[in-house]
Ligand binder design. Structure first.
Ligand code: PLP
Length: 408
């Protein structure tokens, strides 16, 4: 199958980022990879599969459906469901041995009833709302609620956690306040030894090593980004996702000609245009019309005219070598040039998280994996499971010009 526009996931980058994080937090801190929202568009099953090979035995998802998908891979380890549940989910929690988040006394009771009927112990993680204003037991009720949960014989408290609302912001005062509230609860209610205590998303993990406790929950960092440009990338994180297409048609256009819908761009000179088979139907936001650029031959080619559903037009006048079939990088690196998810987010007025999640979902994904052995490097490429499966295997002498990080 040939795909003209695709999202490329560099699995070596994921493995590399995982080890960067692991080395940074140290042996005593468990890294709990957050693979919710289809691993931020990277493909939860692919990411879980590759990280399991690196020894990861605990994953965090948002809902039961995501948890079941990972369990069905044959994963024997733990799966924390961080999001809220409905009572319809209770049977699946037990059947698939998922760890639910308890965020209210009602939920603790539902789980406890179900578990006692089945005579099956359920591991739980308790979430405290220390100021996020979302899911979690309110701080002021936490002491009483926790004391009640501790007495429920069929619930085994495996972890307790909270989530920060301002970890990536300059002003740290509210983050410190959340830690203070969390600490107070930990001090007041003995929940037993050997439980996981976790508060850090990527931003807090990178900025506040003092609050790693014995577990961290990175999402974005695993996929190669720091959550905001304010946070220092002291780790060598490598973005794993690229967004690519090819030049479909090249045309010469005279000066004073309109390009694409709505006459929003008129050529000022004789212009070489490239038509690229991507548009808002394939993740390229319409608000990028006449804004931003793509990379061809390691040079910037501006987007001209309106982005259509399945086509965009690039100005290739200053890239004379550009030809039909050439690779176009819409997000990612080419030579020394880079368009990061942060850049795309700035252009579109959102955050890198949304860019990654929205790109990965409805575009064919191509997984790359490079493995070195016996003086050769094997490169595997595979189109994801929503499409026809295809394995391409190349066997090349080791060549450092191949632009992929080494497997660990
Ligand atoms: C409860 C919880 N923990 C951890 C994360 C991971 O956050 P990040 O991707 O910023 O590391 C998220 C993501 O939204 C989350 O909701």
């Amino acid at each position: 199958m040939s795909v003209n526009t695709w999202v490329e996931i560099n699995l070596n980058a994921i493995v590399h980022n995982f080890h960067e994080i692991k080395n940074y937090v140290g042996r005593d801190v468990c890294v709990l990879p957050v693979v919710k929202s289809d691993a931020y568009g990277h493909g939860a099953c692919e990411i879980a599969r590759i990280l399991a090979k690196e020894g990861v035995s605990f994953f965090a998802v948002n809902n039961v459906e995501e948890g079941i998908a990972i369990r069905n891979l044959g994963h024997f380890g733990e799966i924390l469901v961080m999001g809220g549940l409905l009572t319809d989910d209770l049977d699946s929690i037990l059947e698939y041995n998922l760890i639910p988040t308890v965020h209210s006394i009602d939920w603790a009771r539902h789980l406890s009833d179900k578990a006692s009927k089945r005579r099956q112990i359920i591991k739980i993680h308790i979430k405290i709302d220390t100021g996020m204003g979302r899911l979690g037991i309110n701080c002021d009720e936490a002491k009483d609620v926790l004391k009640e949960i501790v007495k429920m014989p069929y619930l085994k408290i495996d972890g307790v956690y909270t989530h920060f609302s301002t970890a990536d912001e300059v002003d740290r005062s509210f983050l410190f306040e959340q830690i203070k509230r969390f600490e107070k609860i930990l001090k007041n209610v003995p929940m037993g030894k050997n439980i996981f205590t976790h508060v850090c998303n990527s931003a807090a993990m990178l900025d506040f090593p003092a609050c790693h406790y014995n577990m961290v929950r990175p999402g974005l960092a695993l996929y190669g980004y720091v959550p905001s440009e304010r946070i220092k990338n002291q780790l060598n994180l490598i973005p794993a996702m690229s967004y690519k297409s090819r030049v479909l048609v090249i045309k010469d256009v005279l000066p004073e000609k309109d390009i694409s819908y709505g006459q929003t761009f008129r050529t000022k000179r004789r212009t070489k245009i490239g038509i690229i088979p991507v548009g808002y139907g394939l993740g390229y936001f319409r608000c990028l019309s006449n804004k931003g650029y793509a990379l061809i031959h390691s040079r910037k080619a501006p987007v001209i005219g309106r982005v259509c559903m399945d086509q965009i037009v690039l100005d290739l006048t200053d890239i004379p070598a550009a030809a039909v079939g050439d690779e176009v990088v819409l997000m990612g690196t080419q030579g020394a040039c880079e368009i990061s998810a942060h850049t795309m987010a700035k252009w579109t007025g959102t955050i890198s998280y949304e860019i990654l999640c929205s790109l990965g979902r409805n575009i064919p994904r191509l997984y790359l994996w490079r493995e070195e052995r016996q003086g050769h490097v094997d490169i595997y490429e595979r189109i994801d499971e929503r499409r026809e499966r295809k394995y391409i295997r190349e066997h090349l002498p080791i060549d450092n010009s191949v632009n992929l990080p080494k497997s660990e």
